[in-house]
Design a protein around this ligand. Structure first.
Ligand code: SAH
Length: 347
């Protein structure tokens, strides 16, 4: 059964044509799925009974189910969702004053094995299909609708478990569904993909012709340190990665965000700040400093508030724009880097 929540508009139009329908049928389906929130073909009353039977036979509108829901004192919601094969993934709703953002997972587990991150401990189990990513946003939207305050998801960040560019095509289909006017209608500038630095993905993403955002998990200003923290740096060291980021900025006309998490005594000294300034000076990107969320799986410590602010000052004085990431849901393990496959029972 093909799940229509995984079909971006062009593919759905082609599918409808292959069913002997007009391409317009795809727009009609999108309107029911994303605007009128129909959850079954039976509700789609302006589609002929006969074609509805065809749809029911070959296609489905299945969403992940909520396996576990945690609500933080700041309103952040973390969901553990169950997929059709009983694998589980997490997604997080964050409430900003400018809207509601969902942090979406792109894989079950992750193969990147960054030494500070919980998501990679078990390795990658499998890629998520587009409908399993759309499903994360849809389920959160349903919860917001139930709250009855007129809220809905306005921002999507692909920063949950997984490496999006290790699942490139599915993530791009998902982004097209999220961005489509008749789909989830979320503006491109409200959509961000975060990568640990898979250069082939960055190059392709630059050429998608989208106005979406790119975040690069940098975390270290030199190869020696980045090799220790992020295995991927051995494949794509900084002298390879940085020119690709420049190329991305030139081709797409968009600036990147550098994510830099601060680990006490590891990457948070004045010297590191100076190296970082030098490293990124030639690009237009700005730095988002992430206070590290400690786990009992490694010995890294979160930099103190003083050190975080000192680091921010060094960068600012060095002419680099930087901000400190706002934290959400730390009381329910929903903060950055805390998403993990708890369902496996090993964490
Ligand atoms: N694979 C992608 C996206 C998922 S990780 C990437 O690497 O960008 C999302 C972000 O959370 C990354 O910047 C990651 O480095 C960061 N992160 C991982 N563990 C963390 C932790 N314990 N505390 C804070 N941030 C963490």
């Amino acid at each position: 059964m093909i799940n229509l929540y995984g079909m971006e508009m062009k593919k759905l139009q082609d599918l409808m044509v292959s069913e002997g329908q007009k391409p317009y049928r795809a727009i009609q389906l999108y309107t029911w799925m994303y605007e009128k929130n129909a959850r079954s073909f039976d509700e789609m009353t302006d589609i002929s009974l006969k074609f509805r039977e065809v749809l029911k036979e070959k296609y489905c509108l299945t969403l992940p189910t909520i396996y576990k829901k945690q609500v933080s004192s700041d309103g952040t919601i973390k969901l553990l969702l169950e997929l059709e094969d009983h694998m589980k993934v997490e997604c997080v709703l964050m409430r900003y004053n400018y809207g509601c953002a969902v942090c979406v997972s792109s894989q079950v587990g992750c193969n990147m094995a960054c030494s500070f991150c919980s998501s990679g401990i078990l390795g990658k189990q499998r890629n998520l299909r587009p409908e399993e990513m759309t499903g994360q946003v849809m389920v959160i939207n349903d919860l917001l609708r139930e709250e009855g305050k007129g809220m809905h998801v306005t921002h999507v960040v692909v920063m949950g478990t997984g490496e999006p560019f290790d699942n490139y095509d599915n993530v791009m289909d998902f982004i097209r569904i999220v961005n489509a006017q008749k789909g989830l209608a979320i503006g491109a500038r409200h959509i961000t993909v975060s990568t640990c630095g898979l250069i082939e993905g960055i190059k392709k993403y630059a050429r998608e012709g989208l106005q979406t955002n790119l975040a690069i998990s940098l975390h270290a200003p030199n190869n020696e340190l980045r090799n220790q923290l992020m295995k991927i740096n051995k494949a794509y060291p900084l002298e390879v990665l940085m020119p690709v980021i420049k190329e991305y900025e030139e081709v797409s006309g968009r600036r990147v965000t550098y994510e830099y998490l601060l680990l006490e005594g590891i990457n948070d000294t004045k010297e590191h700040a100076e190296q970082l300034i030098k490293l990124i000076k030639g690009t237009m990107g700005y730095v988002n400093l992430i206070p590290y969320n400690e786990t009992n799986k490694n010995d890294y410590k979160r930099s103190s508030g003083n050190r975080v602010h000192a680091f921010l000052d060094y960068l600012t004085k060095g002419g680099v724009t930087a901000t400190i990431r706002k934290e959400f849901g730390s009381d329910i393990d929903a903060a950055c880097g805390q998403l993990k496959a708890k369902s496996e029972g090993t964490l």
